[in-house]
Design a protein. Structure first.
Length: 136
């Protein structure tokens, strides 16, 4: 494998506001230091550019803050919507369970009533059969 055949790994990083501002400031300082002007003029320009960079950084920070707040509000709304959906689902399941318990109670009561009725009929038939045997 020759020198040109080696694999190359490229790491890409997303450019952020901080990297941009740092690059802009570095470029501005380099340009000022290499520009043919007096020391006083250079200091004035550096101060002016510094204020401009500070203003841009402040604007970028404000925009970032706004985006973070918007993202937070969206996430909060999604959470609240999801939470409300879960709450409604739990309420429905609780109502279904309560209905099932009531239906079970009604079925038990009905079965007990039916059993008592049959038991009473059986006792009555036995009494009648016993009385018939005694009279025969």
């Amino acid at each position: 494998m020759g020198h040109d055949d080696r694999p190359v790994i490229v790491v890409e990083r997303s450019s952020g506001v901080g990297a941009f501002l740092f690059g802009a400031a570095l470029g501005a300082v380099t340009a000022l230091l290499l520009a043919p002007q007096s020391g006083e003029e250079t200091r004035r320009v550096i101060g002016e550019r510094g204020r401009q960079a500070r203003d841009r950084a402040s604007e970028a920070a404000d925009e970032l803050t706004e985006k973070v707040e918007e993202g937070f509000e969206r996430a909060k709304r999604r959470f609240e919507d999801g939470f409300e959906s879960v709450r409604e689902n739990i309420t429905e399941r609780r109502t279904d369970a309560e209905d099932a318990v009531e239906a079970g109670k009604a079925a038990v009561s009905s079965a007990r009533d039916e059993l008592e009725r049959r038991l009473s009929e059986s006792r009555t038939r036995r009494k009648v059969a016993t009385a018939e045997e005694v009279t025969d």
